[in-house]
Design a protein. Structure first.
Length: 298
């Protein structure tokens, strides 16, 4: 018998990942050009205001337009860098924002712990109620709050303003802290309870060190919101020595539409610097602390 030679079929090689991506997403010149133009326009919308602030702060005759200063100078910084005009408002902003952030983080941890660790009957309804509280407009709340502050003689009181701003920041802070606390395994606390630790000691020694980046996120969120809050200090604090920088910035807006643009830009740079420094410091010291390698023995 003769052996019939059958044709050998070529094996089908599946397309690679790059080939599948090339087939799925068109990369024509037109699409790349359109996407580049759109991204450039988006970047320009962010770059122009920043460029105006930097250039206007160095221009003694700054206007509302973006112009290159003829003779760059730091006279705007030297003129606004005084105790009454800049340093005292920045100090007030630091005290108000730091106090608000510390109180909010401490209370949110104590409130989020039972919501995260215990099964309660109305937990879901309570959480949705907290989430609804974040949607309440602060402008609608200020009328009864102002009347309350008048009756309690808390107007122009920095501690009273701090406690009120902490109360308004608590709903979102509790929601965020609870979500961060859910990511910490409860088995670690159970091991501490077996060793004789109380619930509060397990919270302080086990849970909080493992969720430091989450606490840093909540702290920065509350601090920046309090730092940029204008309406609440404007209503509750009327003495110039108690007003924060968010309110003091209006000193550069004169009457009849006259604005000191150069000094305003210089003050804006000084106003934004502490928040940027705080963000960098918190990110540096809490960057890798959430790695729970070795925390759970399996």
């Amino acid at each position: 018998m003769s052996v019939v030679d059958l044709p050998v079929s070529t094996p089908v090689v599946p397309p690679t990942r790059r080939e599948r991506t090339a087939l799925a997403s068109p990369r024509g010149r037109t699409s790349r050009w359109v996407s580049s133009v759109i991204l450039g326009l988006i970047g320009l919308t962010f770059l122009v205001p920043l460029a105006w602030i930097v250039l206007a702060s160095l221009n003694p005759t700054a206007t509302v337009g973006v112009t290159w200063p003829g003779e760059p100078t730091f006279d705007n910084f030297s003129s606004v860098f005084t105790w009454e005009q800049t340093l005292l408002p920045l100090w007030n902003s630091t005290v108000i924002s730091m106090g608000t952030a510390v109180i909010t983080v401490v209370v949110s941890v104590l409130a989020a712990y039972p919501l995260s660790r215990y099964q309660m009957r109305f937990r879901r309804s309570f959480l949705y109620g907290i989430l609804f509280a974040t949607c309440l407009p602060i402008t609608a709340m200020m009328v009864p709050v102002y009347a309350l502050f008048v009756n309690l003689h808390l107007l122009d009181s920095v501690p009273g303003t701090i406690f009120f701003m902490a109360a308004t920041s608590l709903p979102m802070a509790i929601w965020m802290t609870k979500n961060f606390m859910d990511s910490v395994p409860i088995s670690l606390e159970e091991a501490a309870w077996v060793d004789g630790a109380s619930a509060m000691k397990a919270l302080l020694r086990i849970v909080l060190p493992l969720m430091r980046p989450g606490l840093a996120v909540v702290f920065i969120f509350v601090f920046t919101m309090a730092w940029g809050n204008f309406f609440v200090p404007f209503v509750l604090l009327y003495s110039p020595e108690n007003q924060p920088a968010a309110v003091a910035i209006f000193d550069f807006f004169g009457t009849y539409g006259s604005v000191a643009y150069g000094k305003l830009a210089a003050f804006s740079i000084l106003y934004a610097t502490p928040v940027l420094v705080l963000y960098l410091l918190v990110q540096r010291f809490s960057g890798g602390s959430f790695a729970m390698a070795g925390a759970v023995k399996g």
